[in-house]
Ligand binder design. Structure first.
Ligand code: AGP
Length: 610
């Protein structure tokens, strides 16, 4: 997804813009650019390809003089990656320059309307239609021109807007695309997310959809489209700058894999008061829980895989029918929703367009929505009825790791909270789970301490394969899905995940001599069944890596060529424990292939378009 950044203050803007764009690289991009107000005009520099190209063109920001500017990393949606299609885009009369994250759905109509008025377009982008519309509507009042332009737009946008009329004031607007306003001392910022400017401030305002922000070095004012003032309370984030930097690791992904014990600790431990789970953001009444008939858990990607684990835990222990759905499917299949349905939406970024739309659909059908998100103040966090934050800290790598494990842990907390309120679980089992959740960070730490070398070696044995199979049953199937996604998204190896019991219904025809199969057999309950499936693939020549609980190595060793032994907690805890091993395996395979691990091709950290 595109990244936007803006600055006004007493310092040179360009180096700060480049700094911020560097922190936004993980969002995925194919070109970049900055625009700086100087000498009563707007100077622009844009470059296709990596951000370094822009840094070189601007001599590290030294060549663009001025204390106010905007910047952009573009993830091409309309028009191929090129200098002319890169942002910022400047209006025909040179009055406005803007950067945009999102999609203007009716840009062709706007272009036709403006061409009929004599405007000409240089790029193929939807964004240029916005800046030209500003030029068209501008009759002397910038805010009025912006309001009129917004009334014409359909789609999603976070905009940073420079005008040549304001030497130190710029504008920002958002609708359905993320935007934060950073508050400094004599300087102010905008960015697509907080880590981009965390180096300069920990104080932020979150504009709502439709707000028009007027940002000068000493003041931030917000207006609605009728020109009325809008107030939003500033808040401080406690993320430290280091957590948004690599901290000596070669990649953010490896750093974040190793941050999981701390992330799990931060997510879990403050929520226990002895054996009770604190509500902490959940306002369910006992009557509501008593009348609850159905739970939907809706998400995308790895968050969907976390949802699958949550389903097993909640359905088994709370005895409430629980269904998991991909957000992009949920919103189009007219699910049966009412006031006795709880919709849980899961999103690390809190900005995934499909999940936002599914949440809004659920709310429109009277279902209460609980969000499990990582980014404070994200769109999903602000629109849900209840919010359970995963306290993983900023996650920069596109491939989620600590985001996923803290989501699974939070779903189990939710399950315990519901089970305790509805008395659906025995005291002994409830307390056992609480003890094990408290032990989870240490178990994951052991995986990281004891398996790196073996997994690195396995990765070097397997990285040349062009396809891999992941199999598992029950929660191990959900784990296998996540393991397959991790591998394919950063190493580009085709990795297919299958319910182990389903293999014989077709896919086993693909197994041949040497086929690599990662078998997730961490669950005790289905261990023997999975062992049979491993025998099935072994008898057809597969090369098997099996993940098991410690104590099961010997049994498995007779079947699988390689066994990864994991700290033994209850079956429900194992997806979190085993995920760390699968993450490391994927990481080292991708490293062996010299892939761009933190910024895999075609992917973005937050998919803010449908
Ligand atoms: C996971 O490694 C991927 N980056 C992707 O599947 C991600 O989980 C998905 O896009 C959902 O993102 P979200 O959790 O921010 O909503």
């Amino acid at each position: 997804m595109c990244g936007i950044i803006g600055y006004t203050g007493k310092r040179q803007a360009a180096p700060i813009l480049l700094d911020g764009l560097k922190m936004l690289e993980y969002r995925g991009y194919d070109s970049s650019g900055i625009a700086v107000s100087e000498n009563g005009g707007i100077s622009m520099t844009k470059a296709k390809g990596r951000l370094d190209n822009l840094v070189k063109l601007t001599d590290g920001g030294k060549s663009a003089r001025g204390t106010m500017g905007i910047g952009h990393t573009r993830w091409a949606t309309h028009g191929e990656p090129s200098d002319v299609n890169s942002h910022p885009h400047i209006g025909e009369k040179g009055n406005f320059a803007l950067v945009h994250n999102g999609i203007i759905e009716n840009y062709l109509d706007i272009r036709a309307f403006l061409c009929a008025k004599g405007f000409t377009f240089r790029s193929q982008t939807d964004t240029e239609a916005v800046v030209q519309l500003l030029e068209y509507y501008y009759k002397g009042d910038v805010k009025e021109a912006i309001a009129k332009t917004l009334n014409k737009l359909r789609g999603s946008y976070a905009l940073g807007i420079l005008t040549r009329f304001d030497p130190d004031t710029f504008y920002a607007v958002r609708k359905d695309s993320p935007l934060v306003i950073g508050l400094g001392d004599g300087e102010n910022f905008i960015a697509s997310d907080m880590p981009a400017v965390l180096k300069y401030t920990h104080d932020f305002i979150l504009p709502e959809d439709g707000d028009i922000a007027v940002i000068s070095p000493t003041k931030v004012e917000l207006f609605n489209r009728n020109g009325e003032t809008v107030e939003h309370k500033p808040f401080k984030v406690d993320w430290d700058v280091e957590s948004a930097e690599k901290g000596g690791f070669p990649h953010f992904m490896l750093k974040e894999i190793h941050e999981q014990p701390k992330a799990l600790e931060q997510t879990l431990l403050p929520r226990f008061d002895g054996y009770s789970v604190k509500s902490d953001g959940i306002e369910f009444s006992k009557e509501y829980l008593g009348a609850l008939k159905k739970i939907f858990i809706v998400a995308c990607g790895s968050s969907y895989h976390a949802a699958m684990v949550g389903k097993y835990f909640i359905e088994r222990n709370c005895r409430i029918s629980t269904e998991v759905d991909l957000a992009s499917e949920f919103r189009y299949r007219s699910p049966v929703l009412d006031e006795n349905t709880l919709t849980v939406v899961i999103s690390q970024s809190g900005e995934t367009a499909d999940t936002i739309a599914a949440m809004r659909d659920a709310k429109a059908h009277c279902s209460r929505v609980l969000a499990i998100v990582n980014v404070v103040g994200s769109t999903i966090a602000r629109e849900a009825d209840d919010v359970l934050y995963t306290r993983a800290g900023p996650e920069i790598a596109v491939a989620t790791t600590k985001g996923y494990t803290t989501q699974v842990a939070t779903l189990m907390l939710l399950g315990l909270f519901i089970a305790d309120a509805t008395k659906s679980m025995s005291k002994a089992l409830y307390e056992k789970y609480v003890d094990e959740l408290k032990a989870l960070p240490a178990a994951v730490q052991r995986v990281l301490d004891e398996n790196v070398e073996a997994l690195q070696k396995l990765a070097y044995d397997y990285f040349a394969f062009d396809k891999t199979f992941f199999i598992g049953r029950g929660m191990d199937y959900a784990l296998a899905l996540e393991g397959a996604l991790k591998l394919k998204e950063i190493s580009y190896i085709h990795a297919e995940s299958y319910a182990a019991g389903e293999l014989k219904h077709g896919t086993i025809s693909l197994i041949e001599k040497g086929s690599p199969v990662i078998a997730c057999a961490t669950g005790e309950e289905l261990f023997e069944k999975t062992l049979s499936n491993i025998k099935e693939v072994r008898s057809r020549g597969a090369s098997v890596i099996a993940l098991v609980k410690e104590g099961r190595e010997k049994t498995m060793g007779a079947e699988a060529q390689h066994v990864v032994s994991l700290p033994a907690l209850s079956d429900e805890m194992m997806p979190c424990v085993a995920a760390a091993a699968l993450q490391l395996f994927a990481y080292y395979v991708a490293a062996a292939k010299s892939c761009d691990i933190d910024k895999p091709r075609n992917l973005a950290k937050a998919v803010t378009v449908e």
